[in-house]
Design a protein around this ligand. Structure first.
Ligand code: SF4
Length: 107
């Protein structure tokens, strides 16, 4: 599994910049830049109150990643093979933009 560090502290699953969700999806089917990827599992903690019970609150360092950014050099059939990645974005109110900062294009 991949070590995930996440700066999207507005996300309901974020626990001290670790993810408590257990598994996440990274989107960006046609991404050629990190900015074109997104964490599909991001949920704004101010609008996702009903989902509090879904968070596992483990703050796990390692996580399963289903990644749709197939142009990334670390992507092997939608599995991330990087030993560690950084997801960034969304530490401020009103933000819904996240990205995988570790994305590296095969192109
Ligand atoms: S490093 Fe590449 S394969 Fe891994 S999650 Fe990020 S975009 Fe997907």
């Amino acid at each position: 599994m991949t070590i995930l560090n996440c700066s999207a502290t507005k996300c309901i699953y974020n626990e001290n910049e670790l993810c408590s969700k257990g598994d996440i999806e990274i989107t960006g089917d046609n991404a050629h830049r990190a900015d074109e990827t997104n964490c599909g599992s991001f949920r704004d903690r101010t609008t996702a109150g009903m989902m509090n019970s879904e968070a596992q609150h483990c703050g796990c360092e390692k996580i399963n990643i289903d990644c749709k950014a197939q142009e990334c050099t670390y992507n092997d059939h939608c599995n991330c093979t990087a030993s560690a990645i950084n997801v960034s974005g969304c530490s401020t109110d009103g933000c819904n933009e996240t990205k995988c900062s570790t994305f590296a294009c095969k192109c």
